[in-house]
Design a protein around this ligand. Structure first.
Ligand code: DOR
Ligand code: ZN
Length: 362
């Protein structure tokens, strides 16, 4: 393991996990799933398909499709199928029942329930309209059985400035929610602000947060660098530099509440480069290289393993992975585009060069 100031030629980590991932379905799923499985032992799979993953039954079928797609992708690539466990989630609606929560828990393969405030982001139209009004009993069941609530933490009120929606969510939703359900396990997904990092650091009770590579590496200037840059557009949107620095500080602090979640969210090039482009950055292919670059920028490569491989399993009550992943210090040019089914996708940082490259999991 690297010391804080060393510049090692390679680092070997306990095999990491991705605690927030979109893999979609069908041809897109087959194109992206191997990118994650090459680096990560497990991933929390987001349920915002169309139609969404609403029930344990839906999650069981989706899990089987992910594993089948992984086998096909590995065969196509001429590699062995990596061991990879999709950790499934349900999509919370105004109508999710307490019984469904108990079924999910009993399944052993559902590890969280995702809150999308209706209208907040991609495929969130089936999401929750009034969390504390509509979902009381379901939240109580989740609290009782230890099922985590994974939160897209942005208000949807059009009167609130887009850049303030996370901070306003904390006061309007997160604080009342956690006051009503103090033992509910909550993950504040893809934190983007200093306000969020401070809240998660100081709050009482079981709370964690995921941090994406784009929010650790870029501020909102990236969206406008020399013109409009749709491939840096995700939700919650990139914020100003002070926020990025607070997030990087949280990620590299060693605080076990902060862990890795890429929010890799594939959209074909054409779906992003248009008059109303989709939100989401594709980071799965270079995820660990991106995180290593961010951690090294503040001389804290020594804290990467805990963030990527230890804090998440501790929060979710799962064992730490047994394998390892090696990252090498080599020039890693990010290609301008990658195949995505019959289409193409532009990965985050396309055209840039990273200093790290991950080797297939041993
Ligand atoms: O940028 C995003 N993309 N944010 C989300 O919350 C959803 C995701 C997606 O599914 O494309
Ligand atoms: Zn997401």
């Amino acid at each position: 393991m690297a010391g804080a100031s060393a510049r090692p030629a390679s680092i070997r980590l306990i095999r990491p996990d991705d605690w927030h991932l979109h893999v979609r379905d069908g041809a897109v799923l087959r194109s992206v799933v191997l990118d994650s499985a090459r680096q990560f032992g497990r991933a929390i799979i987001m349920p915002n398909l169309k139609p969404p993953v609403l029930t344990t039954q839906d999650a069981r079928a989706y899990r089987a499709r992910i594993l089948a797609a992984l086998r096909q992708a590995a065969e196509h690539a001429g590699t062995e199928t990596p061991a990879f466990e999709p950790l499934m989630t349900l999509y919370l609606t105004d109508h999710t029942s307490p019984d469904e929560i108990r079924r999910a828990l009993d399944s052993g393969f559902v590890h969280g329930v995702k809150l999308y405030p209706a209208g907040a982001t991609t495929h969130s139209d089936a999401g929750v309209t009034d969390l504390l009004g509509q979902c009381q009993q379901t939240l109580a069941a989740m609290q009782d059985c230890g099922m985590p609530l994974l939160v897209h933490g942005e208000v949807t009120d059009p009167a609130v400035d887009l850049f303030d929606r996370e901070a306003v969510f904390i006061e309007r939703v997160m604080v009342p929610l956690r006051r009503a359900f103090p033992e509910l396990k909550v993950v504040f997904e893809h934190l983007t602000t200093a306000d969020g990092a401070a809240y998660v650091t100081e709050a009482d009770g079981p709370i964690g947060a995921t941090l994406t590579p784009q929010h650790l590496l870029y501020n909102r200037n990236a969206l406008f660098q020399g013109g409009l840059r749709p491939h840096w557009y995700c939700l919650p949107i990139l914020k100003r530099e002070t926020h990025r620095q607070a997030l990087l500080k949280a990620a590299t602090s060693g605080n076990p509440r902060f862990f890795l979640g890429t929010d890799s969210a594939p959209h074909a090039r054409g779906a992003k480069e248009q008059d109303c482009g989709c939100a989401g950055c594709y980071t799965a292919r270079h995820a660990m290289a991106l995180y290593a670059t961010a951690f090294e920028s503040v001389g804290r490569l020594d804290r990467l393993e805990a963030f990527a491989s230890l804090h998440g399993p501790a929060f979710y009550g799962l064992p730490v992975n047994t394998g390892t992943l090696t990252l090498h210090r080599v020039e890693n040019a990010i290609p301008p585009e990658l195949p995505l089914g019959d289409d193409v996708i532009v990965p985050l940082a396309a055209g840039e060069s990273l200093r790290w490259m991950s080797q297939d999991t041993e």
